[in-house]
Design a binder for this molecule. Structure first.
Ligand code: NOJ
Length: 584
């Protein structure tokens, strides 16, 4: 049970004060009730840590828990209130930990359970909540469940996975996101095929089996009892699939979510999970993916559904998967539509980068030395002034950039290698393919955190598991720490501004002059508070004429010295980002 939840209090009251049972019950239920309505996960600012790349303390070249412990004061100094950490469980690491072989054990690379607890307690004492990555669409093929299931059709774990007996002939084609050879793999021992949505080493778990579901809830309880505050449900849309296995039409895989997941049973599973784990432990859950329609997303996260509390969808990041520049008009449209759709009910995450995408500044800003700082500041202003819980990926508070990896030999990521093989098999232009991969691959965002300008950016004293970005001499925490105009200090100011102004969390969002080709402007309004957000998305000066100019009050944050106003016209410098309060 969570440490800061008064459940133990309920127990103590029940055991020790039998005579006042009625009274204690009502105190307990009041407390639980008020905590249930708590909205810390809406009001918070989340920081994502990719643990193998954050900070290494034992010199093995992989980040570890003690490294995070060393950096707890840094995390606190950012003002962030939640940390989501990518998987650190026992795993053969075929997909860097998204292939778990023991859900209750920690991979020794990261440390021990004691280290984990110390890290968690250290976060708690600094007011930081912890979000655990729950990877239960699939396990590792080295998990004991799968090892047993593959060895005998009579195994008690056989139905924990999806099987197609070979006597039925070949299974209907299923696309795999990581395996160019498709989503079924043959197992000789039991003369059958198993299903894997991702890599061959990541067999899909069978959520139709109530025993499997109970195992998952028990795992979640295990971590909730250690004090974890929330769960990020990996690839959860695919937990429910059509297990009658019809033939799918040619080309269906382009609409992957629609064909491979989001069956109605998903909602039953989530409601069950809510009852078993989310509600009693007063934790929250965020899903990776939100279906393929607004209705899907609402059905997952609306409060009266009692399923998930929030989700993130991919339309934001889908805008920039190739080096071709995204259109600001599309960017505005996507964010505005999603905001409108969720202005009354439901709550979503706001993000532009994570461990599955390349770096924020390369994709949505301008990574050139001239504009890297201002454009990252502009994007951080955006993320932290929109409705929805902002998710910041480690290093984006510094403006860390993509790394140049032009040849396939440098890649270790299963996703990149799978895509390369598929491109070769399809006779694609390899040079062109490598250009896109170099820009978009997940390797870009997994390089070690840049702490200072000493060897390996201060990440490790050993040989880093992944090459440090050579620009670490210029881009690092130490270099930015004492510069009031750095990306880092701007990020801190922006986090503070959001935390101090509910209007930036809950306020109504209104876009202004949506057709403006260079500037994204909008207001946020709550009760008697109104703020104007002005963002220049280009490397040129740009003007916007606004009637609001007369009612402008204080500039609350600005990544340039001043805001240039002439009559009704505001001129924004390249990538200038400012938030101004407005008299109402
Ligand atoms: C989504 C995760 O974010 C990604 O990193 C992983 O490879 C797949 N799910 C499979 O677990």
């Amino acid at each position: 049970m969570k440490k800061n939840i008064p459940f133990f209090l309920i127990i103590i009251l029940l055991i020790n004060c039998k005579e006042s049972t009625k009274q204690s019950e009502s105190i307990a239920s009041e407390v639980v009730e008020s905590e249930r309505n708590s909205t810390w996960w809406k009001e918070g600012v989340l920081y994502q840590i990719y643990p193998q790349s954050f900070k290494d303390t034992d010199g093995d070249g992989f980040g570890d828990f003690r490294g995070v412990i060393e950096k707890l004061d840094y995390l606190e100094s950012l003002g962030i209130t939640m940390v989501w950490m990518n998987p650190f469980f026992e795993s053969p690491l075929v997909d860097n930990g998204y292939d778990i072989s023991d859900y209750r054990a920690i991979h020794p690379r990261y440390g021990t359970m004691e280290d984990f607890q110390e890290m968690l307690d250290g976060m708690k004492s600094r007011g930081i909540k912890f979000v655990l990555d729950v990877v239960v669409n699939h396990s590792s093929d080295e998990h004991e469940w799968f090892q047993s299931a593959r060895s005998s059709r009579d195994s008690e774990y056989r139905d924990y996975y999806h099987w197609w007996p070979a006597e039925k002939g070949k299974p209907p084609h299923r696309h795999s996101l990581f395996d160019p050879e498709g989503g079924w793999d043959y197992v000789e021992e039991t003369d059958s095929y198993y299903l894997h949505t991702f890599a061959e080493a990541q067999p899909d778990l069978n959520w139709e089996n109530p025993k499997l579901r109970q195992e998952v809830y028990d795992i979640m309880k295990f971590w909730a009892e250690k004090g974890v505050d929330g769960f990020r449900m990996d690839a959860f849309q695919f937990a429910s699939k059509d297990t009658t296995y019809p033939e799918f039409p040619e080309g269906h895989e382009k609409d992957f979510v629609k064909w491979y997941g989001m069956r109605p049973q998903l909602h039953e599973y989530l409601k069950e999970m809510y009852k078993e784990v989310i509600e009693p432990y007063n934790v929250f859950a965020v899903a990776e993916g939100a279906g393929s329609t607004f209705k899907d997303a609402h059905d997952l996260v609306d409060a009266d559904r009692n399923e998930l509390q929030t989700a993130y969808h991919f339309e934001y990041v889908d805008m920039s998967r190739t080096p071709e520049r995204y259109e600001l008009s599309e960017f505005k449209e996507v964010f505005t539509l999603w905001d409108k759709e969720f202005s009354e009910n439901g709550w979503l995450a706001i993000f532009l980068s994570n461990h599955d995408n390349s770096r924020l500044v390369d994709r949505f800003g301008n990574p050139s030395p001239e504009f890297r700082t201002v454009s990252t500041q502009m994007l951080n202003t955006f993320l932290l002034s929109m409705r929805g819980t902002p998710y910041t990926y480690y290093g984006d508070e510094l403006g860390m950039t993509n790394i140049d990896m032009p040849t396939i030999e440098e890649y270790v990521d299963i996703d990149a290698i799978g895509k390369y093989k598929t491109a070769l098999a399809a006779n694609e232009d390899v040079e062109e393919f490598m250009k896109v991969l170099n820009y978009s691959s997940r390797e870009n965002s997994r390089t070690p955190m840049q702490w200072n300008d000493t060897d390996n950016a201060g990440f490790t004293s050993g040989m880093p598991w992944k090459k440090v970005n050579p620009n670490y001499k210029e881009i690092n925490v130490a270099a930015q720490e004492n510069n009031p105009n750095s990306v880092l200090n701007h990020f801190r100011k922006m986090v503070k501004l959001r935390k101090e102004n509910e209007v930036l969390v809950y306020g109504d969002y209104q876009i202004i002059q949506q057709e403006h080709p260079e500037i994204y402007a909008y207001t946020r309004t709550l009760d008697n508070q109104k703020m104007l957000v002005l963002l220049n998305f280009t490397d040129q000066d740009s003007n916007i004429s606004l009637p609001e100019v007369n009612s402008l009050n204080n500039t609350l944050i600005n990544n340039y010295e001043a805001l240039t106003i002439n009559n009704n016209t505001i001129t924004l410098k390249p990538y200038q980002a400012a938030i101004v309060s407005i008299k109402k």
